[in-house]
Write a protein that binds this ligand. Structure first.
Ligand code: NG1
Ligand code: ZN
Length: 483
């Protein structure tokens, strides 16, 4: 019942070097990488047998030599609940790895199957990964041969880092376009550049945010799974988006950028061992999606301020590292001067701390802390996505946006509308806020506020609810109260 033919054929591609004795110990097999080829193949077969023995439960295989020098490598097996391989199987691993010829190997396997009464008709599943050693890729392919030889189902959980999909940049044909063109020369195939439409016409960050649609000129260019971004004409706003497998459009706005970047920085500060000295905080406005506020508040301090970059920027200066993006894509990250001094002088004590510190120092260089540089923001997003190996979909899944609706109402005199509490409460016209509150209470997950625009002669009404039709309805009913 053992698939002798497939094992023999593949085993001959991975002969055991003569005069070497292998030993499966606490660290699994670990030695100079150049002699490990046959071991990896045989571990693949063994992992399949172990999975069959455990009724098809998944066995893990990790290809690494941990802190050893780069020219070493190794492999260890992990049992289904993440624990070390059962010690009684270490002997089997050692015996299989030392069989000199393919025939010896087959004989050892038959002995093992019989002695342990392994039911070969059971399914087998193996999940594997490797570290960054140069020898890793070829050792993993030997392992895959072993997994294939025994007929197990293998899943690569991180043996190779996939090259990120190229980014499509829409600069709304504005001032970002010639700069993006120069950037593309440096970045080569990793980003595509595009500026074929008239300035701000059915393209750009504002078009994306207000219509929640892909700029028509990108239709057909952006492939399913790919991400793109739009800057506005003066290149101070940034909107991301991607098409899912079914070509559905998903927008990743300033709130999503905040969540991505803030979570990444918090993680680096913690890993670097600086979390008692460097406090990271977020600034938002009332237009931030409620789901983003919830996601962020569970992780770090969040402040809400009045609309407009000057308010956000000022509040962000009160944190050691302050992250702020308006939902519409204006924003940046600020590192206070004392924080920059700490980053410059801090002496890490472990390799992990040292790597995280280096990332923080580099971020401080990368980010244009003078607000209004959407290309710098874009590079920041790209860096985080690459580090986290996130696709658009994984980024989007950090939290799920609450359905929302923004409407403009033309009124006779917008100066009648006065607010407090970071524009979330109307104090004038008197009595209007109570009416809004009464309406909001009737909607599941309802939230709504009204404020006069600072840039247009209108009053803006924002509403959120747990379902889209309700958010729309709430917005229009509040608009009805304002009008
Ligand atoms: P007003 O018009 O005050 O809502 C708009 C944006 C702000 C900010 C400013 C400045 C919304 C709801 N409002 O302000 O976020 O970007 O323009 O450009 O997006
Ligand atoms: Zn702008």
């Amino acid at each position: 019942l053992l698939p002798v033919e497939s094992i023999s054929a593949l085993s001959r591609l991975h002969p055991k070097p003569a005069q070497i004795h292998f030993q499966y110990g606490t660290a699994g097999f670990r030695t100079i990488a150049s002699v490990l080829d046959s071991v990896l193949f045989r571990v693949g077969v063994l992992a399949g047998l172990r999975s069959k023995k455990l009724d098809g439960k998944t066995i893990g295989v990790m290809v690494t030599a941990s802190h050893n020098p780069e020219q070493d490598n190794g492999v260890k097996l992990v049992d289904p609940r993440g624990e070390m391989l059962d010690t009684s199987w270490e002997i089997h691993a050692t015996a299989l790895s030392n069989a000199q010829t393919t025939d010896d190997f087959i004989r050892e396997l038959e002995k093992l199957v019989q002695a342990l009464k392994i039911d070969l008709s059971k399914p087998a599943r193996v999940v594997y990964a490797r570290d960054t050693r140069p020898s890793g890729a070829s050792l993993v392919s030997s392992l895959e041969d072993g997994i294939k030889a025994i007929g197990a189902e293998g899943r690569n959980a991180g043996a190779t880092r996939e090259t990120p999909q190229p980014l499509t940049i829409d600069c709304a044909n504005g001032v970002g376009a010639p700069i993006a063109a120069r950037l593309v020369e440096y970045l080569g195939d990793t980003c595509l550049w595009f500026w074929k439409t008239p300035l701000n016409n059915a393209c750009g960050a504002d078009y994306v945010k207000t219509t929640q649609k892909l700029p028509p000129s990108l239709a057909g260019r952006l492939q399913p799974g790919q991400r793109g971004c739009s800057l506005d004409g003066d290149a101070d706003r940034l909107m991301y988006y991607y098409l899912d497998d079914r070509s559905h459009f998903h927008m990743l706005d300033g709130d999503k950028i905040t969540a991505l970047v803030a979570a990444f920085i918090v993680e680096l500060v913690k890993t670097s061992g600086l979390d008692s000295q460097i406090k990271v905080g977020v600034v938002q406005t009332a237009y931030a999606n409620g789901a983003s506020t919830k996601y962020l508040s569970e992780r770090l301090p969040v402040r809400c301020v009045s609309t407009g970059v000057k308010h956000l920027h000022h509040a962000a200066e009160h944190y050691n590292i302050g992250v702020y993006f308006e939902a519409n894509g204006h924003g940046t990250v600020l590192f206070s001067q004392p924080t920059q001094d700490i980053l410059a002088s801090y002496e890490p004590t472990t390799p992990a701390q040292s790597t995280a510190l280096e990332h923080l120092r580099n971020l401080n260089q990368l980010i244009n802390q003078t607000v209004g540089d959407a290309l710098s923001d874009m590079l920041l997003v790209e860096v985080v996505l690459a580090h986290k190996a996130y696709s658009g979909n994984e980024w989007d899944s950090l939290y799920v946006d609450l359905p929302n609706r923004l409407v403009k109402v033309v009124v006779v005199d917008r100066t009648q509308f006065k607010t407090e509490d970071a524009e979330r409460q109307l104090v004038s016209p008197v009595g209007l806020q109570q009416k809004i509150n009464e309406l909001v209470r009737r909607y599941d997950g309802g939230r709504s506020f009204v404020r006069p625009s600072g840039t247009e002669d209108v009053v803006r009404v924002y509403a959120e609810a747990s379902i889209k039709t309700q958010a729309d309805e709430l917005a229009f009913r509040v608009a009805g109260l304002v009008y």
